[in-house]
Ligand binder design. Sequence first.
Ligand SMILES: NC(=O)c1ccc[n+]([C@@H]2O[C@H](COP(=O)([O-])OP(=O)(O)OC[C@H]3O[C@@H](n4cnc5c(N)ncnc54)[C@H](OP(=O)(O)O)[C@@H]3O)[C@@H](O)[C@H]2O)c1
Length: 333
Amino acid sequence: MSARKTFQYYRQYQMSDMFAMVRNSRRAPKECSDRLDGRLVVITGATSGIGYSTALKFAAQGANLLCINRNGEKSEQLRREVESRFSVKCDFLLADLSSLQDIHRVAMELASHNAPIDVLIHNAGVYLTEQEITPDGLDKVFVVHYLSSFIINHALMEKLKGQDSGRIILVSSEGHRFAAWGLRLDDVNWEKRRYSGLRSYGAAKTSQLLSMLMFADHFRGSAVTINAVHPGAVKTETGQENGPLYRWWKKNVYDPALKTPDMSAEALYYCGASRELEGVTGRFFNLTTEEKPAPPARDRELALALWEKSLELSGLDTADHARQYPNNISLVP
Ligand SMILES: NC(=O)c1ccc[n+]([C@@H]2O[C@H](COP(=O)([O-])OP(=O)(O)OC[C@H]3O[C@@H](n4cnc5c(N)ncnc54)[C@H](OP(=O)(O)O)[C@@H]3O)[C@@H](O)[C@H]2O)c1
C-alpha cells in the first residue's frame, strides 16, 4: 500500500463511523411484508447458514428459487424441503464457486435463462485461517467471496439491463474493515505479505464493495440496483474447514454470543423486496440500516483498478469486454 493511500484513508477514518456501526449492529432489521409471488430469486450458497434461511424466507413469500450450490445432495434436500413446505419451485445449478470454469459456466447459464432474474443474492462464502490456492492459482477466499460475484454480475449485465426491474444483493460483512489500509492489487494471492484469515476475508469483502460501486455506475439509468448487506453476526457453519482449535473456539466462545440466521434472512428479504428501497443503489447496509463503509471500500480510484485486474484474472480481457459491452463503464466522479 502506497504512503499516499495510507494517508488518504487515515484522514477519512472517523470515530463517529465506528460508533454508528456499533449502534446499527444492535438494531433489529426492518421487516417487509410485500410478497414476491412468482418472482425468480437466485441465491448462491443456499445449502447452509444465511443462504439456507434466506432461501426459506423468500420461498415463504412466494418467490421461486434458483440456487447455485456446490453440493448435490444438500441441494436435493433443500429442493424437497422448500417444495413440500411452500407452493414454489426450487431449482439448483451445481458449481464450485472457487473454480473459474464452474463460475463462467454458471454465469452463462444464468445469462441465457429465459425468465427475468428479479433478485440475485451473492451469498456463498468461506472463512479460512490457512490459505488455500485454487487450481486456477488464486486465493480461494478472494474467488468465492469476490471474483465469482464479479464474473456472474459481469455476464448478466446486458440481461439485467433489459429487465423492468432487478436487484443484486452482495452479502457483505463488517469484516471488510479488516482490510483497514486497502488492497494490494499486485499481491491478491498473499505471496508478498503474511496471510491471515481476517486480512484475506477483509480484502475479499472490500473488493466486493468496490465492485458494487462500479456495477452501480454501470446499471445507472436502468431498473437494476445493486447493494451490499452485512447480515449480522449469526451462528452458521462458517469456518468448519478450519483446524480443531479454531472450531473449538468458534463453538465454545464465539457461537454462544451470536444470533440466528433468521435475522439475516429478514434483512436480506427487506433489501430484496421492500418498496422503500426502489431505485436505491450502490449502498452498504448494516442489516437494514444504511452505513458508511470503511475508507478503502469507498475508494473509486481503487475500484477502477480492481475492475481492470478482475477482468484480467477472470480471463475477460479488455478486448472481449469492449466487444461485449461497447458502452464502456464510466466512473462517477
Ligand atoms: N455468519 C456470520 O456471522 C456472517 C457475518 C457477516 C457476513 N457473513 C457472510 O454470509 C455469507 C454466508 O455465510 P454463512 O455464515 O452462512 O456460512 P456457511 O453456513 O458456511 O454457508 C456458506 C454457504 O456457501 C457455500 N459455499 C462455500 N464455498 C463454496 C464454493 N466453493 N462453491 C459454492 N458454494 C460454496 C456453502 O456450501 P456448503 O453447504 O456446500 O458448505 C454454504 O451454502 C458469507 O458470504 C459470509 O461472509 C456471515
